[in-house]
Design a protein around this ligand. Structure first.
Ligand SMILES: C[S@@+](CC[C@H](N)C(=O)[O-])C[C@H]1O[C@@H](n2cnc3c(N)ncnc32)[C@H](O)[C@@H]1O
Length: 316
């Protein structure tokens, strides 16, 4: 974990009192803490840094990191490395999705937060316009890989063709990404370990439907997003899933009591951005909205085609 991040971190279990984390370094390489721990003086919790990866999760979320399936699996890594970088290694099937989402970023001296950053593409794009960028994700495999990309400034991976058969893919990264401004940590979208009003830009791309409480995710974004001169780039396919969260937690995809109203997720998010229930307070002005098509490549023969709706909110 790069040392510049230390000053900003707070305990995810003590968010309301914003207790700064203390850093104990056991091993470091050029301002990058490879082994050590962060600790909270209020609740005495300790958050490990191992192989450079800081894990700053609340107790409830901690089991996620030892789950070798889902977003920690080899297959997911291959899929998301393809999604994030296929346009750079010039795969003919690549989409423009990450270029579309990043086209909204504006130059600022502030910090940016990429929530559910996966293997880091949007964080790298944010480094062109922001003084510092933090990517957070609960997948330790994704964060390890994102940090490796940051270090090597190039991509090299085994892309799954079929079963255990893979092919190598590689590319050099763009010169205009500022790698020293970016850091990735394991942290939870529902307990973001940063103080209130801290970020000038926050992105939440394709993660709302993946969290157990979508409303808490939006509320925590409002907490960390600056009250002035800030931007929120949001996108989601709204493919609600009962194994992730119960329908009463969904922000759309359900009909109202008498069956007359069909609630759609994008409309709910927009109403919240406009200030409904003060989920976003101060409210945001909507500057862009639309759809982005993207793909997840699972194997040579298995693809997922996704349409994510997006909305961009601004505060002046
Ligand atoms: C559908 S993927 C989208 C990844 C990336 N934003 C993109 O669009 O390519 C969802 C991501 O959210 C992460 N994730 C799921 N629950 C999370 C949580 N509670 N906090 C942080 N990240 C989470 C997953 O590990 C995964 O990387």
């Amino acid at each position: 974990m790069k040392k510049w991040l230390k000053e900003k971190l707070i305990c995810p279990e003590c968010l309301a009192s914003e207790i700064p984390l203390e850093l104990n370094v056991k091993e470091e390489v050029e301002d990058d803490v490879m082994e050590g721990e962060l600790s909270c003086s209020a609740c005495n919790r300790r958050y490990p840094i191992h192989n450079g990866v800081a894990v700053i999760l609340p107790d409830k979320t901690m089991p996620v990191i030892s789950d070798a399936s889902g977003y920690n699996s080899k297959n997911m890594l291959s899929s998301y490395l393809w999604s994030h970088f296929a346009d750079i290694f010039k795969d003919p099937e690549a989409t423009e999705a990450y270029r579309v989402w990043s086209s909204f970023f504006r130059k600022t001296e502030g910090y940016a937060l990429d929530i559910g950053c996966s293997v880091g593409r949007l964080s790298f794009e944010l480094s062109k316009t922001h003084s510092n960028v933090v990517g957070i994700d609960t997948s330790i495999a994704f964060i390890e890989k994102a940090r490796e990309l940051l270090r090597n400034k190039k991509l090299k991976f085994d892309m799954i063709m079929e079963g255990l058969i893979t092919e190598k893919r590689s590319c050099e990264f763009n010169d205009d990404w500022n790698f020293d401004r970016v850091e990735f940590i394991v942290a939870d979208a529902l307990a973001i370990p940063f103080p209130g009003n801290f970020f000038s830009t926050v992105t939440s791309i394709n993660i709302l439907e993946k969290v157990s409480s979508p409303i808490r995710h939006l509320m925590d974004i409002n907490r960390v997003l600056s009250e002035t001169e800030s931007m929120f780039v949001f996108s989601d396919p709204f493919s609600w899933d009962e194994t992730v969260s119960p329908p009463e937690h969904w922000l759309g995809g359900v009909t109202s009591g008498n069956g007359s109203g069909k609630h759609r997720g994008i409309d709910t998010v927009i109403r919240y951005l406009w200030g409904k229930k003060e989920i976003f307070n101060p409210p945001m002005e909507i500057t862009n909205k639309g759809n982005v098509s993207w793909k997840i490549r699972k194997t040579e023969n298995l693809w997922e085609y996704i349409n994510s709706q997006f909305v961009v909110g601004m505060r002046k």
